[in-house]
Design a protein around this ligand. Structure first.
Ligand code: BMA
Length: 340
């Protein structure tokens, strides 16, 4: 019996499958992937890179829906079991803090994170180019869009699921406005979700693994564990045939999450199955959410496959943390003095 624990709610009804005896990786796929296929609702051609949470003894999610005009928007989805999803045909309707309509031109790669009694949606929005959008809801009926937290250009905004030392904490990946061929993960703090500062670089692309040598970006909300914040992320490499997106895992310091405690030099999942290697964009695994159960230590990871479908994979807190520690290699700490 392990003493590594998730520090969070018990949600015993999350989707789950045991690892099969012939599989050796630390993260294993749901046998019936993809769980959501192309054309999940009228007017939506592809669905991927999406985020789910447990809500009222069921599950609810914010989905990246690529509509038939080729633009991505955010749509709600509902499920009793985390596997079978009903996706709304209509996109989420946002208002600003005065109640006026405030719709994004486009919206993609949502994260959905509960902090205290509020659910926050973070996505990549259009703010003179790719930037981070932020909205909140308590009931999944009314969605209030807040000010964009950061200057352009930025993507992969991810909130931690609780305040740390009194502040909200957000990961992000500053970038350019194109299909960025670079990028490191940074962290910023805010007392009120309006004013952001204390910016720190968490980790750089590269590390010791070639699979993450082009860029990296935050994934699901970090999971609090007795060993630190467990964070899944995506790491990208460039090949003669284009980018390949794999999943990595890292453990951050609990009190000072810009400090990396352990970073696996090996990916934890890489495109291998046909639904990951072939699609609108080949060779993409892009994790955006987890469901996890503190009592059992089970973790279900939702990821987008090939920019086309929604898939699911599993691990346990014990297995993934042991893997990250075992495959950890010190990366030269190039945080320059005066730069943080
Ligand atoms: C990134 C984002 C992701 C996408 C990935 C691969 O820049 O646009 O949504 O999954 O590229 O196309």
């Amino acid at each position: 019996m392990s003493n590594i624990k998730i520090v969070s709610d018990n949600i015993a009804y999350i989707p789950w499958e045991e690892k099969t005896a012939d599989y050796h990786g630390p993260v294993w796929r749901h046998q019936n992937n993809p769980i959501i296929d192309r054309n999940p609702a009228n007017g939506i051609s592809r669905i991927f890179n999406s985020a789910v949470v447990a809500y009222q003894n069921q599950f609810i999610g914010v989905f990246r829906a690529e509509t038939t005009d080729g633009r991505p928007h955010l749509h709600l989805g509902y499920s009793d079991n985390g596997l079978d999803w009903r996706i709304d045909e209509a996109k989420i309707n946002f208002v600003d803090e005065s109640g006026n309509s405030f719709q994004p031109n486009y919206a993609y790669d949502p994260r959905l994170i509960k902090i205290e009694d509020t659910f926050y949606i973070i996505w990549c929005t259009d703010f003179y180019g790719a930037s981070i959008g932020l909205a909140k809801t308590k009931d999944f009926k009314h969605f209030v869009r807040l000010e964009n937290p950061f200057l352009p250009f930025n993507r992969n905004g991810v909130l931690f699921p609780r305040k740390i030392n009194g502040n909200y904490v957000m990961l992000s990946r500053p970038s350019d406005s194109g299909h960025t061929p670079f990028g490191d993960i940074f962290l910023s703090e805010s007392p009120d979700l309006v004013y952001w500062g204390k910016h720190r670089r968490v980790m750089a692309k590269g590390g010791n693994g070639w699979w993450q040598n082009v860029k990296i970006g935050g994934g699901p909300a970090p999971i609090e564990t007795t060993e630190g914040w467990l964070m899944f992320y995506h790491g990208v490499t460039g090949t003669c045939n284009g980018f390949v997106y794999s999943m990595g895992a890292v453990i951050l310091d609990l009190e000072e999450p810009s400090k990396v405690k352990y970073r696996s030099k090996n990916f934890v999942l890489t495109p291998e199955e046909s639904y990951e290697t072939t699609g609108f964009v080949d060779n993409v695994i892009f994790p955006c959410a987890t469901l996890h159960d503190a009592e059992s230590g089970k973790i279900a990871i939702y990821y987008g496959a090939a920019d086309t479908k929604v898939c699911l994979a599993y691990t346990t807190v014990d297995e993934i943390i042991k893997f990250v520690k075992m495959n950890h290699e010190d990366v030269a700490d190039d945080k320059e003095i005066g730069k943080m």
